[in-house]
Design a protein around this ligand. Structure first.
Ligand code: FAD
Length: 376
């Protein structure tokens, strides 16, 4: 007889935990979601909300594209406050060398069914008149979009609650494993399956997970309607995202429905505190102005930081944790967790219910990165 209070208990009510809660609850499982603070209070509140297909690896492409399709299917149900806009991404090529990458990327996406348009210098300037002149071109990916992550997480949690999921907020978890969840205040409850979706701090609950915090800064401006129409990312962003040794910045700007512009992005390992680092912030803003000089005249409203959960091979950890049959991971999404939350939830629930997944799950299984000191 099943004596556990829940079929599944999810630790973490960020976008990933929220998507998992929704997916499990809609399949009729008894779900609890536990968070030490409130819904979307971690990286989800700090993220940019770019729903983007990326192709660093086949596995990254598969999960981002699958997830983007799931967002597109969900779109009619999303409330207005989620601000889903299919504004498209333009990968901006500064020179001829980057144009070669534009063509490669366009061909790769095209072969796998993702529409793109290769832009020459004039067409780029026509689509985004506030970019500086002299850029070589770009790649438009029209199905990419943006949304407002905390409200998306809130929507998924509410939908899970409509399917009887139990939400426990302000409830820090001290320990998980062997079907038990122990809260800091000493209360304990049981679940057949526990999902660690605690983001960048997931290793505090499951020692041995190979996750490093990767700090990022963002700035939001006042309202400048019509100044920016697509999410613009310099192709050099890919070099920045790949760098594992040094701090890096890249031009990455996003139009919000309000007319505000979200300016990113930076990546830092080894920076543990949440304070704004003025040195990296000014590097980031200088980089943005090199591509869009007009940004330099704008007023900014707020600057903040957040922590991405980075794994050694830049793929998330989705699946069973070796050595504890009750424990599953859904973490390590680095800079793509808003995009890939829905795909993560689907392939996790498939694993737990024994269903066949639409994409191969092997690249994401946590067993590939278990540290030697892990308790296995
Ligand atoms: C600057 C920046 C820009 C980004 N831009 C994008 C983007 O454009 N597109 C994209 O797809 N992704 C982006 N990301 C990445 C994205 O934000 C994350 O991958 C995603 O939010 C991770 O969600 P999560 O649910 O795994 O983690 P989190 O949102 O961090 O949620 C984890 C939750 O676990 C809870 N928790 C932790 N420990 C405990 C405990 N002991 N007990 C109880 N609860 C606990 C926390 O309170 C938190 O709510 C960006 C990230 C940053 C930092």
């Amino acid at each position: 007889m099943n004596s556990a209070a829940y079929d599944v208990a999810i630790v973490g009510a960020g976008i990933v935990g929220a998507a998992c809660a929704d997916e499990f609850a809609r399949r009729g499982l008894r779900v609890a979601i536990v968070d030490r603070a409130f819904v979307g209070s971690g990286a989800t509140a700090a993220g940019m909300g770019h729903i983007v297909v990326m192709d660093d690896s086949e596995a990254q492409f598969a999960l981002t594209r699958y997830s983007q399709r799931l967002w597109q299917e969900l779109r009619p149900e999303l409330p207005d406050e989620v601000e889903y806009e299919e504004c498209g991404t333009i990968w901006v090529a500064a020179d001829e060398e980057e144009l070669i990458e534009v063509r490669r990327k366009g061909e790769y996406y095209g072969k796998l069914g993702v529409p793109t348009e290769v832009l020459d210098s004039q067409r780029l300037k026509f689509l985004e008149p506030n970019l500086r002149g002299g850029l070589a071109g770009g790649l438009l990916v029209p199905e990419d979009g943006v949304l407002y992550p905390p409200c998306a997480a809130g929507f998924l949690i509410e939908r899970a609650q409509k399917h009887e999921a139990d939400l426990r907020l302000d409830a820090p978890v001290a320990k998980i494993g062997q079907g038990r969840i122990l809260l800091n205040d000493g209360r304990e409850f049981r679940a057949e399956t526990i999902v660690n979706a605690a983001g960048a701090v997931a290793a505090e609950l499951t020692p041995g997970i190979a996750i490093m915090k990767r700090k990022g800064h963002l700035v939001i401006t006042d309202r400048y309607p019509g100044f920016l129409l697509h999410q613009l990312v310099e192709l050099g962003y890919l070099k920045s995202a790949h760098s594992v040794s040094s701090d890096s910045v890249a031009f990455n700007v996003q139009p919000r429905r309000t007319g505000q512009i979200l300016i990113g992005s930076s990546r830092q390992f080894g920076a543990e505190n949440k304070d704004v680092d003025n040195n990296i912030l000014s590097r980031m803003l200088r980089r943005a102005q090199q591509f869009m000089p007009g940004l330099g005249t704008m007023s900014s409203i707020r600057t903040w930081t957040g922590f991405r959960a980075a794994t050694p091979d830049k793929l998330p950890l989705i699946g069973p944790w070796p050595g504890d049959k009750s424990l599953f991971l859904a973490t390590g999404h680095e800079g793509l967790g808003i995009t890939t939350s829905l795909g993560t939830a689907r392939i996790l629930v498939d694993q737990i219910t024994g269903a066949k997944s639409e994409i191969p799950i092997e690249p994401y299984l946590p067993s590939r990165v278990v540290k030697e000191e892990a308790h296995v």
